[in-house]
Design a protein around this ligand. Structure first.
Ligand SMILES: [Ca+2]
Length: 312
């Protein structure tokens, strides 16, 4: 009898144990990625920054309250680069020795910038290609350790006599050059100058920006920037070093919004009453076909009716 009791006890323990194990295996954490954003071309003596983001959390439910701690080893060639500081972003605290520790009382479960790391290219370094690697990355949601793949950022160092193009980089906008004209595209309607400043980086510290609308009027931080708007980069001698035109899909009058006026513009273009030119023509190429089509009109109309979003 005692033997049977023991057996029953054992079975119960086994059932409870396997249930607990299976519950744990159900709560398997989703994956995520880490990204390093920043320009990649510098010369000896330049200081630069790398922004660290988490993104692509494919199983938000599994992440529950999101990522609140992330650690990684930061590997770089100390003969070429020197770490000169950094800071946490969006509530994350940065502690950086050989290992980088980022922690926050709150977790994040959508694409978020966690930190900025600052480096200096050592004086006299010329024509080198070097890498900054985040390895052994592990995050936590306060419950589980969640590892992910290494990330590498390649840095090209130019010689003293080589000219470096001062360029913008961005994790959310697309920067492209067509026929020697630079464009900042994938800019959604209602984007302000401040939004752009927060979402671009430039490969030089000695550069400042000015923003203009399509009429050449200077814009301030809170102003919307629309199609045909321009970002001009100046060096410390107030000389223009580069410029970018802004394209906001569906904004065909340059006010940075998509309204009935824009709908009318695309209609009139299709009816051959008034032709869309230059930047405004590019902004009307919603489907990115060769010319402006009926589908482009349909998409703007559906966007205005909240049936579709031009920027998703
Ligand atoms: Ca508009």
């Amino acid at each position: 009898m005692k033997k049977i009791k023991n057996l029953i006890c054992l079975v119960i323990v086994f059932v409870i144990l396997s249930y607990t194990l299976s519950v744990n295996s159900v709560s398997v954490i989703g994956t995520f990625e880490v990204d390093m954003i920043g320009n990649s071309k510098y010369s000896g003596g330049d200081e630069f920054e790398i922004r660290i983001y988490v993104k692509n959390m494919s199983n938000i439910n599994g992440l529950a309250n999101g990522i609140c701690v992330l650690i990684a080893d930061v590997i770089y060639d100390e003969n070429i680069l020197e770490a000169i500081g950094g800071e946490g972003k969006n509530g994350f605290e940065l502690t950086w020795g050989t290992t980088l520790v980022l922690d926050n009382k709150d977790g994040v479960n959508s694409e978020t910038e966690l930190a900025v790391l600052r480096f200096k290219v050592k004086d006299g370094i010329e024509a080198e290609t070097t890498q900054i690697i985040l390895s052994d990355i592990t995050a936590s949601n306060g419950k589980d350790n969640i590892p992910t793949n290494n990330v590498t950022k390649t840095i090209y160092i130019y010689g003293e006599d080589e000219e470096i193009d001062i360029e913008l980089d961005s994790s959310i906008y697309i920067i492209k050059t067509e026929e020697d004209i630079n464009y900042l595209t994938k800019v959604p309607a209602n984007t302000t100058v401040e939004d752009i400043k927060e979402n671009v980086t430039v490969n030089s510290y000695n550069v400042y920006f000015k923003f203009y609308n399509y009429l050449g009027e200077e814009l301030e931080d809170g102003d919307r920037i629309g199609t045909g708007g321009k970002i001009i980069l100046f060096n410390e001698n107030d000389e223009i070093v580069n410029e970018y035109f802004v394209i906001v899909k569906g904004d065909l009058d340059g006010d940075g919004r998509v309204t009935a006026t824009d709908l009318a513009k695309i209609r009139r273009h299709l009816a051959e009453i008034e032709t869309l030119n230059g930047m405004f023509f590019k902004a009307a190429l919603i489907t990115e076909k060769e010319g402006v089509t009926v589908t482009d009109l349909a998409k703007v109309r559906r966007h205005l009716a909240d049936l579709e979003n031009l920027y998703n």
